[in-house]
Design a binder for this molecule. Structure first.
Ligand code: GAP
Length: 445
């Protein structure tokens, strides 16, 4: 994890937030390549969940919702973690995760594991961030920053099913920020207080819920494999009844083997009719499906839910590689070409050669309208290749002496390091084709 954090910082993917003020624990800002990576992951998710299907529509609901939403959802009452304070070291821990925490004075021990530890009784701590709506900080104006995007979808069930003329099975998907005042955030982006969720609520006839639950576990697992995560690093773990959330009739985690061990990447839950029933009660608006011949029922909901942050960490861990090529070490991010922040680099071999620069610039202009491409003429060619390897650019096109003679360029493959020559006029089509090819990580399964 340390190597990945350091690479992310060095290459401008992710920075600690508010750094010039000393940082604010577990919040991060994304730099240029981090933003490009995030945009690609969102685009791939949006394609798989919406553009490639006929049964899911998009939504972008507000971050601050009516406070009754969170009463109905059970978050005001139950979205809590038990915490204990240590009166000696003044640190705060999750009472149910003491075995995973370190004592503030003796990190080799768990909290409570030394005679000096003086832990309080556990108390429930609500993870929602509170805010006040309007200029006066009065009781009636209390609101929350959403801790999940899902509730914005449930409260729009009626709008979408009527206006978009949808009948179960159909889904509503959204991507957006969520906020949780985690007691023990950490492990880089894995557990943060502000994160971007990608959630989809799939409304189905109750009798079909189990089938769709299994379907969505398979679909989501397939999505990770499609974008290059190694099969041996992924597994599905079904929750036992005691582990499930209050709303769940069945939950499975798609887990990834992070450096901290097997941990939840994405959750897939069968939420039953809990959410629509509760919002019907609390809002007095009926949220149900009424068929053309009068048949009516409250649909069950199957929900795949993940954060970009957990995907980013998994992709980085899976893609990170170090190897010796010739006599030189290189660090390389072996991203799937469709998620890599930069698809191709355009490199004039000699930066001072006006003819090479002109050809390289013109190729860059042609490609940039369609792909994320980067022009780089800074430094020796070997250094430029290594820079592109570190940000995970799958292909580099080099314009050299021969280009001036016969209008061909070399393309270098990030993973195999193979080089081939092709006409400069064919680069655009070559790149479109290469992006469509099936890609497997050279790191194996
Ligand atoms: N709507 C259901 C829901 O929010 P969850 O298991 O609490 O369920 C869903 O969260 C996903 O959101 C998780 O699988 C994980 O990918 C991500 N997630 C949750 N808390 C997170 C945090 N503090 N930091 C980063 N990602 C988080």
């Amino acid at each position: 994890m340390d190597q990945i954090v350091s690479l992310c910082r060095r290459r401008g993917f992710v920075f600690p937030s508010s750094e010039i003020y000393g940082g604010l624990g577990s919040t991060y800002d994304y730099g240029h390549y981090g933003v490009l990576l995030k945009n690609n992951i969102k685009a791939r998710w949006f394609e798989a969940m919406i553009l490639e299907r006929d049964d899911i529509v998009a939504l972008d609901s507000a971050v601050i919702l009516h406070p009754r939403v969170w009463e109905a959802s059970g978050h005001v009452e139950g979205f809590t973690d038990p915490l204990v304070d240590c009166r000696t070291c003044k640190l705060r821990f999750r009472a149910d995760k003491l075995e995973d925490s370190q004592c503030g004075r003796k990190p080799s021990k768990h909290p409570g594991g030394t005679p000096e530890c003086d832990l309080t009784e556990p108390r429930q701590f609500n993870l929602m961030f509170e805010t006040t709506v309007g200029p006066v900080k009065e009781a009636g104006a209390k609101a929350y920053l959403r801790p999940e995007t899902a509730q914005g979808i449930f409260i729009n069930f009626k709008n979408v099913s009527q206006l978009a003329r949808r009948r179960p099975p159909f889904g509503i998907a959204q991507i957006g920020k969520s906020f949780r005042n985690e007691i023990t955030p950490g492990n880089f982006l894995f557990r943060v207080r502000e994160f971007e969720q990608m959630e989809m609520e799939f409304f189905v006839p109750p009798a079909d819920a189990e089938r769709w639950y299994r379907y969505w576990i398979d679909e989501r697992l397939g999505w990770y494999l499609r974008y290059g995560l190694r099969r041996s690093r992924l597994r599905v773990r079904e929750h036992g009844p005691e582990e499930r959330s209050h709303y769940s009739q069945g939950t499975s985690d798609i887990e990834y083997l992070y450096p901290i061990g097997w941990s939840e990447l994405e959750g897939v839950a069968n939420r039953g009719d809990f959410d629509l029933t509760r919002h019907s009660e609390f809002s007095t608006t009926k949220l149900e499906y009424v068929g053309p011949d009068g048949e009516r029922y409250v649909p069950y909901v199957i929900e795949p839910a993940v954060s970009l942050e957990r995907i980013i960490v998994a992709l980085l861990v899976d893609a990170y590689d170090e190897e010796v090529v010739g006599e030189r070490e290189r660090t390389v991010l072996r991203f799937h070409p469709q998620v890599a922040p930069v698809t191709a680099a355009i490199l004039p071999l000699i930066a001072k050669d006006d003819s090479m620069v002109a050809k390289a610039r013109s190729l860059h202009e042609e490609l940039r309208r369609r792909q994320s491409v980067e022009y780089d003429d800074n430094g020796a060619i070997g250094r430029r290749y290594r820079r592109q390897d570190e940000i995970g650019t799958p292909w580099a096109f080099t314009i050299d002496e021969q280009t001036l003679a016969d209008d061909t360029v070399t393309v270098r493959d990030r993973d195999s390091l193979a080089q081939e020559r092709l006409p400069i006029g064919g680069v655009r089509a070559w790149l479109d084709d290469a992006l469509e090819r099936e890609w497997r990580t050279p790191k194996g399964d």
